[in-house]
Design a protein around this ligand. Sequence first.
Ligand SMILES: Cc1ncc(COP(=O)(O)O)c(C=O)c1O
Length: 376
Amino acid sequence: MPAGLQAKTKYIFSVTNAVPEFIDVEKYSAAARDIIMREGKDLAPYPPPSGHEGLRGLIADNLRDKRSANVDVDSVLLSDGAGGFIKLYLDAFIDAGDVVFLEEFSYLGTLRMLLSKGAEVVHIPTDDQGMDTEELERAIKAVKAQGKTPKLIYAISVFQNPMGVTLSLERRKHMVEIAQDYGVPILENESYADFRIDGDPLPPSMLGMDDQDSVVYVSSYTKLLGCAIRLGYGVAPQPVLDAMEARRPSHVAAMLVYEYLRHHKDDHIESVRKGLMARRDALLAALEEHFPPSCTWTRPQGGMMLWLQLPQGADTWKALDHAVEADVKYNPGGVFRAGRDCNNYLRLTYSHNTPEEIHEGIGTLAEVFRQQGFFE
Ligand SMILES: Cc1ncc(COP(=O)(O)O)c(C=O)c1O
């Protein structure tokens, strides 16, 4: 990873934090007090292996109401963030040499886990409709023809990290069909489903479309409620859960999340939506002002990041050190690829700085890229 990502800078376009102003400490502390008064004695024994039952019920209700998936409470497993669930799943099912299909650029945490296991990562072309499922099917056939095992399709189907795109309804249907026909399960990561800002309603989850246990689902409250609470969950058929080495996340965290969401979920999501909208719009306006037409970028309808393409030959990996000297950091495109290539791209997140700071920081970044000769 480029060293510049660890540097301290004023303008940070490289992290996806929960936004600090949305942590209402009065409401958080009231929720903590109320639930400990009610359920505090449950802190003495080890909690149920799948985690707090009330929260799992709330998750199942939410999946039914918001993601069109009817799931049994017993198929929901609480985890240390989405990353915790992904790790348990990959540890149970992925071995060296297994072939895993990812979007053209993908979440670096999962990518790192796969690479450290020695899995073979195949990136599939991805456009504004999400992963190209025709290309996916072709790639699966090619892998089978080589006598290798296509083991998993990993899809970040909502406001994809890092590209910001959502997998279309048609492609969701096709991906589920492919999973069923070729016996290659999908790990559907909807960690950003609560972060819709505007535009089209989200298509239903693939979890809800599948009737053959071909989809395992993962999501998280980390970015919504606080990275330090770091609570996530997954949904999987019982034999899959049985094969995973369950590690109970903090029961106190689960209790707090449950009590807070019971009372404030919709209001919280709405205030995060408004805050992210102001930041996204500031970022889009700043890009319009400071970047030339030879650069193109996505206009995300949700989530907390956009994807920027610079002219061929630009190297955002090398330029990061210069940006850091100017007090700005971002993620070079290569960190989201197994081969660390395609560095004329970069990811810009908008969850950290205020709209005013975003404007200043993007002006500075454009200047750095200009000095590097990426554009006039
Ligand atoms: C797509 C995606 N999945 C998983 C994670 C990790 O989530 P958590 O912090 O809940 O483990 C992230 C964090 O950036 C992410 O973007």
